[in-house]
Write a protein that binds this ligand. Structure first.
Ligand SMILES: C[S@@+](CC[C@H](N)C(=O)[O-])C[C@H]1O[C@@H](n2cnc3c(N)ncnc32)[C@H](O)[C@@H]1O
Length: 298
């Protein structure tokens, strides 16, 4: 997932050979995660609001369940927001959310495959947000060019990719071999590479985002990384996120772990164990997501 691919890269690998993600099934979790990450997104929105004042049309490409699309609507009260995604069930969640938050009158959805579906937009976008989604498209360079083509002159493309892998446990959790999270990250990298290799029309690319934005004809205008810092003692929602993430990790890459790490992970995920992520007092959540902006100048 993502995404920040460091935060969402755990998405969907229910079996380690399965690199295709069932997005609809991920709906509740994507929504809960984005809600948990709302403090980070609020900082992101405040930064964006300084870079693109009074956009008329905002497009959230790869919106998923629409938590961020609704934050965009909230941040820019004069704008119409269109949430775009290939997954109809996720867009249904986005629409329902917009209704609950009272912004339905200026909120729309558009279903289809990125980037081509953007041709169905009636107007060019003044702000195009692409959060943790570009890395799920086979040809990232071509997708950025297509996104750039859907921007109004003076409009901004905001790309959220990369950052740092989330941390939620001390290096030494009191049992097992210290450094478990770093070893899980290494295996996740391999899963991520296999996921990319399996995408339709996949193209290997140096992931220099400002250079790729410039190659798409845009003028890179800024890069900034936003933190989510929920220190211990943490909230039940953060615990639930960590438990869901580690469960997916165990399902996805557990077979590739050394026996000692596998045993550590089992203990961390045993709800009856006081040292598990469900109970331990030292659990925290520290995550960083990077946003790159670029402007269409002509
Ligand atoms: C990791 S989620 C990100 C959701 C949201 N932007 C966020 O940051 O929470 C990636 C989203 O991209 C969508 N997606 C992936 N590949 C797509 C494609 N080829 N066309 C359209 N949407 C796609 C998925 O359905 C999913 O909602």
């Amino acid at each position: 997932m993502a995404h920040n691919h460091h935060s969402d890269r755990h998405a969907g690998h229910h079996h380690h050979d399965h690199t295709d993600v069932d997005w609809a099934e991920m709906g509740p979790e994507l929504e809960a995660q984005a809600e948990l990450f709302t403090p980070l997104y609020e900082h992101t929105m405040a930064w964006l609001a300084k870079r693109q004042t009074e956009p008329g049309l905002i497009v959230d490409a790869g919106s998923g369940p629409g938590v961020i699309a609704c934050l965009l609507a909230d941040t820019f009260p004069g704008a119409r927001v269109v949430a775009v995604d290939a997954s109809e069930p996720l867009l249904a969640r986005a629409g329902a959310r917009a209704g609950r938050l009272g912004v339905a009158d200026r909120f729309g959805t558009l279903t289809g495959e990125l980037p081509d579906v953007l041709d169905d937009l009636d107007y060019p976008a003044d702000l195009l947000w692409v959060g943790r989604t570009l890395h799920h498209l086979g040809d990232q360079r071509a997708a950025l060019a297509a996104f750039a083509a859907r921007l109004a002159v003076g409009g901004t493309l905001a790309l959220q990719e990369g950052g740092l892998s989330a941390r939620y446990l001390p290096r030494d959790v009191g049992f097992g071999r210290p450094g478990l999270q770093a070893r899980l990250d290494a295996l996740e990298e391999e899963w991520f590479a296999a996921m990319r290799a399996d995408l339709p029309g996949t193209v290997v690319e140096t992931e220099d985002w400002p250079a790729l934005l410039a190659a798409a004809g845009l003028r890179p205008s800024g890069t900034r990384t936003f933190l989510l810092d929920l220190p211990a003692p943490t909230t039940d929602r953060a615990r639930a996120y960590v438990a869901a993430t580690l469960t997916r990790t165990r399902d996805g890459i557990g077979d590739h772990l050394e026996a000692d790490d596998r045993a550590t992970l089992d203990r961390l995920l045993d709800p009856d164990d006081k040292a598990s992520v469900y109970h331990r007092p030292d659990l925290f959540l520290l995550a960083a997501q990077t946003v790159y902006t670029a402007v269409r100048t002509k």
